[in-house]
Design a protein around this ligand. Structure first.
Ligand code: FAD
Ligand code: FES
Ligand code: FES
Length: 1324
């Protein structure tokens, strides 16, 4: 009998606390379900790939009488599937209003939050783990966090907070012999200052008492045990959800609704509905049906119920391998290996074995192994039971091998392996965990007993075509052959002939994937040979010792490390927080989910939601925009186009709504405003646009050069006489370096709330931006009203990294035009895919160099040309190029030096600011030519760096004086403290002993800049009020993006006013309190706003002096009260005029930057030459911090930027079609680092220096760490070079960025790459 969906669902929930993310949803996602307005569960990707929406589901199992807690991604959980379950969101864990939970407290106090957008998800993952394992191991912590992305922190502090729950805290000083935990603070006698290592105090943590957690609702236990259960039917507007009561009922339903999908984890169906517009009127969900949950172990094998989640499958297999002799468990071991890295913990807990087998994803990590292990599928229908083999025909979706539509998978039978039988699973993905395989395989071989004669061979490959494929012909032809090198050689040729990947195959990487097909086969070959040898060493020779390391994948270790910073002067007053590792001002709110982001602002009366219609052509004339069908849809209020812009639609070259023509794929053509986002989105799909393609269509830098297509004139700096110098050098090399772009991937996508006011055309905007003045300017231009009518409010942004400097202005204008036209508030939240498509990111770069040098490594002359891909509008491309040119020498003095650069105009979305502002791309070119010179001179890169590095007070190429002493110190300490020489020797030893795995080390020095070459951009203002109770409200022009700016400002105000931090509040940034604020970027947020806050506080302090003098022993409150009575103004603005900088581009000279930040980092990697995977073993960073105002914040910035840089240089890869269509539009296709990518050992030291120009002699460290990530790129280069040398390839080679597994593999040339054509990367 049908029951009311809402009623039944609400009954089933213990704590249903979900935010409304205003995303499309009906019965089909937990996230938009809204019984109450709460803000904790965040929405970031909608595809299960980021973990921001993690909640805990608890279910009672009437069979075992146990409660099972597991994490899920709420964005993929159908609300109806939660019948009978308890859902706990972050609000149910703890709250500021009641009591915060130790997980929340420790994440905050360990500095595990920056912007805080990922934090509730992190809390839920750790919390759920603790519910199951109150004293987890460090490995379990790392495993639990594998499905949660954080773009800010670099994960180290998050893992550390989790580790505080482990029984034995892990020693942080790996291999040093001493445990840092045993010591109070570390004192380094060799240094002038005492160094500290404690960023938090564990003694402050409240104890964790697992017995205090909420109990599972008895009502749900009663429901689960109810013998009179009945079929449940939930009816939505367009869909019906049916939960059968037992197996017979399921079979009945399957007969009645043969086309209805069976929904289990919804991890395959959900994304298809959401992103591929799949529609099903009926869903059948036997989730929880007892008959589908069982493990049945026999002498021959094991049968596992189809309802088992992959996490339960994992547990079951672990149990079986612990029980059975090893030779029987080879298939299970292979499955377990892949289960560890398949997706993240949330998906593994949701996805089921049955769903996995039936959905047959082409990238499946399990099906190839199941097929190789001769698994069979047990089916059931009303007709009866039958078994089908899980074989090649099934996986290749041959119609005759398919399930019948009325059939259900009951279970999967996996036979034990046998003595002369080997089974393996192999895979390689862009990152180790939570990434689809680029190629994976399941392989098995059975031998005639006691021989190496192949009796049966099976090979299945994933991700090489639309389905998993079987290399059955190859296997047949090899049957009867001996397992030897000749067989391998023939096998490689045969399999390459059999598995064809067409040149235009989806996913590209054709040569790489073909290479992997045979490289993985080779790994299997070696494994089997090793196995045979272990069984009979006399009969079967072992593989060469140097090949043994090729057999194992990189282990996943729990990261550890040590952070060092200067201790606070013991004479500093205890109340003064400056220099202390103070927790982020909002950290606790981040972890409880109470920190308010724009989408958390409660619904506003009459508000409309905006959905975008973007161009599908790179360059085309708009012939027609037909909105009639969209306008006729329910809930649609209006469609907004260029015609509706009352002011400038094309302002400073930036176009708000496309008019007449489109100039890139992803340009906003129009927007649809509707009463719900679902309606807006549905209608947006119905807008019909007719285009006529225009020529030229310019996508790449090379094409732009051909067409002479640039956004601005060339920028150049020069010293010495380059041409002359080239005549007097021993050698000259020329080369090119390609550095690809990067997506910001801030966890909070661009979100804007535009509220038109009743009077005077006023408009209020709430948005996460780095540059409110810019938003105000663009909105004023678009609406043709003065700026004083526009108020922008930014409480916080969920990450920005440069992506929220200029783009919010454009999107703000788009929303304001819609608000203006409709007269109603507009909520505009970009979905992840739209955000990635529209807002673009870091500029791809092409660097060309010509270097003249002596045989001893001294570089005499350099001529460098840079081109960046600016995209279709100016944005900040010209400025980015100026910065690249100004900073391109990095740490090296080259007497004759010329650097030129131009931003290219192309038909890509307009690229924009990104942390480091050109430096991370540009300086890779310098490091690349230094490495090339070293190779030509038979020197190490470190020697050439040392030789050419600035040594004394000098002038930069643009003639600015600087003292490189801190640079030298960072460099020297980095080499010494990382034991670089000894480890380099050890790596060489390792390389001699290992043919297929190579280690590499690299150290990069850095001379980075802070601030802008234009004085007025460096100005800042603040407004400080003291209220009569003594409390203080600080406002300033900087925006809180997660970088801890407000925290530092409170520290400044506290010191200046000599009051505790608790007296000071900082609410938000807005244009009404501090007008005309400059952007929060360029690493100068704390510098300039700190000076403004300091100035305001000093003015107030001076005003209070007479009162204090009169009553020196009085309290702050008494002085304030007295001051008020004496009519002393307790409010003031503070102002910082800005650093004096200048740049004369005609002369190529100027004091362009207020000061420099120096640093060095050393990284060591291990590379798998057969797959191209790499593992980052260790990183040591030495960063010149001068005096750190807040070491926790600064170290957090350095680590976060380093990991972001490491991602940029290694795994983050944007993919465009030749037509300019961005393919990578979400976490499935674009991989940012996860917890498994960070260095196994990660040490950071803040090096003390002087910087009197900046507040408290500090330095801005927001961006500098980014470039240090290139030490990983060059360490990879070092390892790859070792591999190439061993293979006789001694010629200098260029490794472009990112060094993806594809690039690494194809550069480690060997017999397998020789068998396929060499890949060429298409540069953009
Ligand atoms: C973010 C993310 C990351 C992922 N990463 C990986 C990865 O790294 N490696 C990998 O291999 N996979 C990965 N996957 C895919 C995942 O393994 C599959 O989506 C999952 O196993 C499908 O199981 P499900 O229970 O969610 O299926 P559902 O989505 O519930 O169902 C899928 C299909 O199976 C059918 N079905 C389900 N159960 C039965 C049954 N008992 N009888 C008959 N038909 C049935 C349904 O009708 C439906 O057509 C990932 C998925 C996501 C969302
Ligand atoms: S929003 Fe759910 S996983 Fe990203
Ligand atoms: S703190 Fe993790 S995404 Fe910002």
């Amino acid at each position: 009998m049908p029951v009311s969906y809402r009623e039944e669902v609400s009954k089933s929930l213990l704590i249903l606390l979900v935010q409304e993310p205003k995303q499309p949803g009906s019965l089909f996602s937990l996230t938009p379900f809204l019984p109450v307005h709460l803000t904790g569960t965040k929405y970031s990707c909608g595809s299960g790939g980021c973990g921001a929406c993690t909640v805990m589901v608890s279910r009672y199992d009437p069979k075992t009488k146990k409660i099972h807690h597991y994490p899920v991604t709420a964005c993929l959980v159908p609300i109806c599937s939660l019948y009978g379950a308890a859902v706990t969101t972050v609000e149910g864990v703890g709250s500021i209003k009641t009591r915060i939970h130790p997980v929340q407290e420790r994440l905050a106090k360990c500095h595990g939050t920056q912007c805080g957008f990922c934090s509730p998800g992190m809390v839920m993952s750790i919390y759920t783990l603790l519910r199951n394992h109150p004293e987890p191991t460090p490995e379990q912590i790392t495993e639990a966090l594998g499905g949660n992305l954080c773009r800010c922190t670099g994960y180290r502090p998050i893992v550390e907070s989790g580790k505080t729950f482990c029984e034995s805290a892990v020693c942080q000083m790996k291999g040093s012999g001493k445990c840092c935990m045993d010591q109070e603070e570390k004192s380094f006698t060799s240094r002038q200052e005492k160094m500290c290592t404690k960023l938090y105090n564990e003694d402050e943590f409240q104890p964790f008492d697992p017995s205090q957690e909420p109990i599972f609702p008895p009502e749900l236990i009663r429901m689960a045990e109810d013998p009179n259960k009945r079929r449940l039917t939930f009816r939505g507007k367009r869909t019906t959800w049916i939960t059968p009561v037992n197996l017979n009922d399921l079979l009945e339903l399957k007969t009645n609704f043969p086309e209805a999908p069976i929904i289990m984890g919804n991890t395959a169906v959900g994304p298809s509905i959401k992103f591929r517009d799949e529609f099903h009127p009926v869903f059948i969900s036997p989730l929880g049906l007892q008959e589908l949950y069982f493990v049945d172990s026999t002498d021959d094998g094991v049968t596992i119920g189809a309802g088992y989640s992959l996490a339960q499958l994992n547990d079951a297999l672990h149990f079986i391998v612990s029980e059975q002799p090893k030779e029987k468990t080879k298939t299970y071991h292979a499955l377990l290996k892949h289960l560890r890295t398949l997706a993240g913990a949330q998906i593994r807990n949701m996805a089921t074995l049955g769903g996995h087998v039936v959905s047959r994803p082409n990238f499946s990590d399990l099906n190839p192994i199941l097929a190789a292990g001769n698994a069979t599928i047990n089916l059931i229908s009303k007709e009866g039971k039958r078994q089908i083999p899980l074989d090649g025909r099934f996986l290749e979706k041959s119609p005759e091998a398919n399930l019948k539509s009325e059939e259900t998978v009951l279970s999967v039978y996996i036979p034990h392996s046998t003595r002369w039988h080997f089974v393996s699973g192999l895979r390689i993905a862009q990152r180790q965990e939570n990434a689809f395989a680029m190629v994976n395989a399941g392989m098995s071989v059975k031998f005639e007993d006691g021989t190496d004669t192949i009796k049966e061979l099976q090979m299945f490959y994933g991700s090489v075509g639309p389905t998993v494929v079987s290399a059955s012909k190859t296997c047949q032809q090899l049957t009867g052959r001996q397992w030897n090198d000749q067989m391998l050689s023939d096998a490689c040729q045969l399999v390459l002939d059999e598995i064809y990947i067409p040149p235009d195959a989806e996913g590209g990487m054709v040569e790489y994937r073909r290479t992997l097909i045979i490289s993985l086969l080779f790994k299997f070959y070696l494994k089997v040979r090793r196995g045979l040898n272990k069984m009979d060493p006399h009969k079967f020779p072992d593989i060469p010792e140097r090949f043994v390391s090729a057999l194992e994948d990189f282990p996943i270790e729990t990261p550890q490390g040590i952070q060092m910073f200067q201790c606070v002067d013991p004479y500093q007053p205890p109340q003064d927080p400056v220099g202390h590792p103070v927790m982020h001002q909002s950290a606790i709110k981040h972890t409880t989910g109470e920190a308010v982001f724009v989408d958390d602002i409660p619904p506003i009366s009459q508000e409309l939601f905006l959905a975008v219609v973007t161009s599908t052509r790179a360059h085309a004339k708009i012939i027609l925009i037909d909105t009639s069908e969209a306008l006729a849809l329910p809930g649609v209020a209006d469609v907004i186009t260029a015609e509706d812009v009352p002011g400038d639609n094309n302002y400073q070259g930036e176009i708000f709504y496309a008019q007449n023509e489109v100039i890139c794929v992803g340009q906003i053509v129009c927007t649809v405003a509707a009463d719900t986002y679902a309606h807006a989105k549905e209608a947006a799909k119905k807008v019909r646009i007719v285009y006529e393609d225009l020529e030229p269509r310019i996508i790449t830098i090379e094409q732009a050069l051909e067409h002479n297509s640039f956004l601005s004139a060339e920028k150049k700096i020069e010293q010495g006489n380059v041409e002359q110098a080239f005549k007097h050098v021993d050698q000259i090399i020329e080369g090119e370096v390609h550095v690809e772009g990067q997506e910001h991937f801030y966890m909070e996508t661009q979100t804007i709330l535009a509220i038109p006011q009743e009077e005077d055309k006023e408009m209020v905007l709430h948005l996460g931006t780095q540059f409110q003045t810019h938003v105000q300017e663009y909105v004023a231009a678009a609406l043709n009203i003065p700026r004083n009518r526009i108020a922008c409010h930014t409480k916080r942004a969920g990450g920005a990294f440069g992506g929220k400097v200029s783009k919010p202005a454009l999107l703000g204008a788009v929303s304001a035009v819609a608000a203006n036209k409709t007269g109603r508030p507009i909520r505009f939240i970009l979905e992840r895919g739209d955000d990635m498509l529209i807002t673009a990111g870091r500029h791809p770069l092409l660097g060309k160099y010509k270097i003249g040098f002596m045989n001893n490594g001294v570089i005499k002359a350099a001529d460098i040309e840079y081109y960046i891909n600016g995209g279709c509008t100016p944005d900040e491309s010209e400025l980015v190029m100026e910065f690249i040119v100004l900073r391109c020498e990095n740490a090296y003095y080259i007497p004759n030096f010329r650097c030129r650069g131009r931003p290219c105009k192309t038909n890509l979305p307009s690229n924009t600011a990104f942390r480091g502002f050109g430096f991370p791309q540009g300086i890779v070119v310098s490091e690349a030519y230094i490495t090339a010179v070293a190779s030509q001179c038979n020197l190490t890169p470190e020697q050439v760096k040392e030789i050419n590095m600035y040594k004394r007070t000098s002038r930069t190429v643009h003639k600015q004086i600087f003292n490189p002493e801190p640079l030298r110190r960072c460099w020297k300490e980095c080499l010494e403290k990382s034991s670089f020489s000894a480890r380099k020797l050890a790596a060489e030893e390792f390389n001699k002993k290992n043919y297929w795995k190579k280690r590499g080390l690299a150290v990069v020095p850095m001379k980075f800049t802070v601030g802008m070459p234009t004085t007025f951009y460096n100005q800042a203002a603040a407004l400080v009020h003291i209220y009569l109770d003594g409390s203080v409200l600080v406002s300033h022009g900087g925006c809180e993006l997660g970088q801890g700016l407000h925290t530092k400002m409170i520290q400044v105000a506290s010191r200046e006013l000599n009051i505790p931090e608790s007296y000071i509040h900082l609410s938000e940034t807005n244009t009404t309190t501090v007008p005309n604020a400059t952007f929060t970027a360029g690493s100068m947020g704390a510098d300039i706003n700190g000076k403004a806050v300091q100035n305001a506080c000093q003015i107030l302090k001076a005003r209070l002096q007479p009162v204090i003098r009169k009553n020196p022993k009085g309290t702050w409150e008494e002085w304030i009260s007295e001051a008020y009575e004496e009519s002393i103004n307790l409010s003031t603005t503070g102002y910082f005029k800005g650093y004096q900088t200048n740049m004369d581009w005609k002369k190529g000279e100027g004091d362009a930057f207020p000061y420099f930040v120096y640093g060095a980092s050393c990284s060591e990697v291990e590379v798998d030459c057969l797959t191209g995977a790499h593992k980052l073993l260790r990183t040591d960073i030495f960063m010149d911090a001068a005096f750190s105002i807040n070491p926790a914040v600064d170290i957090g910035q350095i680590e976060g930027a380093f990991v972001q840089g490491m991602g940029f240089y290694t795994i983050e890869e944007l993919k465009y079609s030749p037509e300019g269509v961005l393919y990578s539009r979400g976490p499935d296709d674009y991989k940012i680092p996860t917890v498994t990518e960070i260095p196994e050992e990660f040490n950071v030291t803040l090096v003390r220096s002087q910087n009197p120009i900046a507040i408290y002699s500090s330095k801005g460290l927001g961006e500098a760490g980014m470039f240090l990530g290139s030490s990983v790129l060059f360490a990879i280069y070092d390892a790859v070079a070792a591999a190439r040398r061993e293979r006789g390839l001694t010629k200098t080679f260029t490794l472009s960025s990112p060094a993806t597994p594809e690039l690494i593999r194809m550069t480690c040339v060997d017999q397998f790459t020789d068998m396929v054509r060499v890949v060429r990367r298409a540069p953009y």
